[in-house]
Design a binder for this molecule. Structure first.
Ligand code: GLN
Length: 483
């Protein structure tokens, strides 16, 4: 059953050909065997998982099972989950057991999904390679020398290696789409405001959005049905009618207009990725889509704008970690200020400190206008570019990242080089749009490559169907690494 999709698992559970406890056992065995190599999970608790599975089996026996009751789910270690360590990949929160559930956790628990474990991630979700975790790097299951992508690298590696059939991730500047691409799975970042951020450890609040990662677009749609929805505890959560994200699956793509941004196919794109995207576009044309060229002229500016705005918000959000109420506290200190300083110096890793420094700088008197305000203006221009592009097309297609996964250590000493690899994902967050990554092929060295689909605001259902139709015609999403 380890290769089954959520839909298949749901059917097997309904037919009683497998129990939730048996399923959880199979995945836990696989985690025990493979996690020492992959490092995809920070916390695994067979006892808690099996208790959840037993409860799901009991709910089913009592006739109270929903579509996903008893299905295992891996959870990025950024979502507060009552009774589970919620480290966010940081030494700062290594001792933090969440006392309450995030909104999305309440939702998946209510739906009866079973927590298979808590996945590794870049510290406070800052990174593109999952090398910034306090718990060590995650390995890419397709090639242990390669990064899995970040920051939801543990979630992506877990799904790719079949340690879990699906996972939750978060995407502030690409952290669902980019690891999904590098690990050959499907992942969606919803429109900003569709999924509540309540209980999700904050990185950059105006950009952060949780979302599903799974083998197929259909599974992502099912999970999005579970986690999306209004929550009054997040002031940016949107009050909209409930949507069924599977409702367009099955629609023909005939006449669908797909936009190819000129700027996404310029210098910097590797030959491998260019080939895979070309082939994917050809496939979608065969399915009836019409291709139009569009322009997103401010794409290049997404990197400086994001790397001003995200650190600015992070510097503010991370000021709460002072060693007083929770989190790491230095063992020895002279006075209160010394306690703050030492706790933060010891608790945060290098990349987090870099972001706090940059963020504090761009928000400081005398620099605010030159950097932060300017970045916000660019953000508006980027959103306007998309608005114009969507007058000509229904979805936008492009690469997720300029290259397939690079090697562990290859860019870790050069933050700017690392930031540049985010070029195709950041603008989607800056504009608040939905985007996803769909497995579309492999580089010559065997590492997976994803196709990015960008939808208009609240265009998730349409976007998911583009991915679904592509997956009906191809089998990239069914390929799994040999482990
Ligand atoms: N790579 C980007 C960063 O380091 C995005 C991370 C994310 O989406 N959480 O900030």
């Amino acid at each position: 059953m380890i290769n089954a999709t959520l839909k298949e698992l749901s059917a097997a559970l309904a037919a009683k050909s497998v129990s939730s406890a048996e399923l959880a056992g199979q995945f836990l065995d696989r985690i025990a065997a493979l996690n020492p190599t992959l490092n995809a999970f920070i916390t695994v608790s067979p006892e808690k998982t099996l208790a959840e599975a037993a409860a799901a089996d009991a709910a089913r026996a009592a006739g109270q099972a929903g579509l996903l009751t008893g299905v295992p789910l891996a959870i990025k270690d950024i979502f507060c989950q009552q009774g589970w360590k919620t480290s966010c990949g940081s030494k700062m929160l290594d001792n933090f057991i969440a006392p309450y559930d995030a909104h999305v956790i309440e939702r998946v628990r209510a739906a009866g999904l079973v927590t298979i474990g808590r996945t590794n991630m870049d510290e406070f979700a800052m990174g593109s390679a999952n090398e910034n975790s306090y718990y060590g790097p995650v390995k890419n299951p397709w090639d242990l020398a390669a990064i899995p992508g970040g920051s939801s690298g543990g979630s992506a590696a877990a799904v790719a290696a079949r340690l879990a059939p699906a996972a939750l991730g978060t995407d502030t500047g690409g952290s669902i789409r980019q690891p999904a691409s590098h690990c050959g799975i499907t992942g969606i970042k919803p429109t900003y405001g569709v999924v509540s951020r309540y209980g999700m450890v904050a990185f950059a609040s105006s950009l952060d959005q949780g979302g599903p990662m799974a083998q197929t677009a259909e599974d992502c749609a099912l999970l999005l049905n579970t986690i999306a929805g209004f929550d009054s505890r997040d002031s940016t959560s949107l009050e909209r009618p409930t949507e069924d994200y599977t409702r367009e699956l099955g629609n023909s793509l005939a006449g669908l207009k797909v936009g190819l941004p000129r700027e996404y196919f310029a210098a910097g794109l590797s030959a491998d990725v260019a080939r895979v995207i070309d082939e994917a576009v050809a496939q979608l044309k065969k399915l009836g889509a019409e291709v139009v060229e569009v322009s997103l002229p401010n794409t290049e500016l997404s990197i400086p704008a994001y790397y001003v705005i995200a650190p600015a918000e992070a510097s503010s959000n991370l000021s709460r970690y002072d060693g007083v109420r929770y989190g790491h506290r230095a063992a020895e200190y002279k006075d209160l200020v010394d306690m703050y300083e030492k706790s933060r110096a010891e608790g945060f890793g290098a990349e987090v400190k870099r972001r706090i420094l940059v963020g504090t700088y761009v928000l400081s008197h005398g620099y605010y206008d030159a950097y932060y305000l300017k970045a916000q203006k660019i953000r508006r221009l980027i959103a306007d570019d998309f608005k114009k592009a969507f007058e000509q097309c229904d979805v936008i297609l492009g690469p997720v990242a300029p290259t397939a996964a690079f090697n562990i250590g290859e860019k870790s000493n050069d933050p700017v080089e690392m930031y540049l690899s985010d070029i195709y994902t950041l603008s989607v967050n800056l504009a608040g749009l939905p985007g996803m990554s769909v497995p579309a092929g492999f580089a010559a060295n065997g590492r997976p490559i994803g196709l990015q689909i960008i939808g208009n605001y609240f265009g998730e259902a349409k976007m998911l169907n583009v991915a679904h139709q592509f997956q009906q015609a191809t089998d990239w999403h069914r390929k799994a690494p040999a482990l």
